[in-house]
Ligand binder design. Structure first.
Ligand SMILES: [Zn+2]
Length: 251
């Protein structure tokens, strides 16, 4: 808690009812596996998430358990760094399945805006909502250790964008050297991009080679859902992510 939490109007969130918490926990192996004190902390953070953020289910209805499951997974990455890291945005748009988005890219030198359609399972805007596919969230809950987690991926983008456009370097807590982070991630990203260009096999989803922002988001997914693979592929990245997010709840 910081002094900010005690400002007038910042009421403590209504606690999550025991039965609801138990239902959600039973559906979320990532949260189940946390040590007791961290699970309790996650419960408080999720309550605050549901108080401060607005969920906009679109073309789908979500019950209380489903809403809580989104909140829990969104808060998992900030267990160590704190709720304030989720500042600067309020909305979570949830579609039933994959959704189509039109990307605009404005090229400053030519003044050209290009648009392309993409089918996505999640998206994070720098200013604006988090966008999720419930089908993808559900798949991650059913297969928690397959290396993918759409909520962790999109929250990683949100953390990364706290200090500007996504570059794979979120604001870091004291105790993690920014220099070491940049050097380690750059080297790992370059290595993967090089392997992809040469058509060599990669241990990490090659989507991570798109840009440094996607690299950070993809390895964040691995931290939560398949840290063993990350440790084998990039032990230094794995170690920095442990320092940033806390130990992975994965078996
Ligand atoms: Zn991404």
């Amino acid at each position: 808690m910081t002094w900010f939490d005690w400002l007038p109007g910042r009421r403590p969130p209504p606690p999550i009812a025991e039965a609801l918490w138990r239902d959600a926990l039973a559906a979320c192996p990532l949260a189940q596996r946390l040590p007791t004190d961290e699970r309790q902390r996650l419960r408080l953070l999720a309550a605050r998430f549901l108080q401060r953020k607005r969920l906009y289910p679109t073309g789908i209805e979500l019950d209380e358990t489903q809403r809580l499951l989104i909140a829990m997974q969104a808060c998992l990455p900030v267990l160590r760094i704190g709720f304030r890291a989720l500042r600067g945005w309020q909305g979570v748009v949830i579609y039933p399945g994959e959704f189509k988005v039109r990307h605009r890219h404005h090229d400053g030198s030519t003044g050209v805006v290009t648009e392309r359609d993409q089918v996505l399972t999640g998206e994070a805007w720098q200013i604006g909502p988090l966008v999720l596919s419930w089908a993808a969230v559900q798949q991650d809950l059913a297969q928690p250790w397959d290396g993918y987690n759409v909520v962790a991926h999109e929250i990683a983008h949100k953390l990364d964008m706290l200090d500007g456009p996504p570059d794979g370097v979120p604001p870091l807590p004291r105790g993690i050297s920014r220099r070491a982070w940049i050097d380690t991630f750059q080297r790992a990203y370059d290595g993967l991009a090089h392997a992809v260009r040469r058509g060599q096999p990669a241990q990490i989803d090659t989507y991570a080679a798109t840009n440094p922002g996607e690299y950070f988001a993809v390895v964040s997914e691995l931290h939560f859902s398949d840290p063993t693979r990350l440790e084998r592929a990039e032990p230094r990245v794995a170690s920095l992510l442990r320092a940033y997010y806390g130990p992975s709840p994965a078996p």
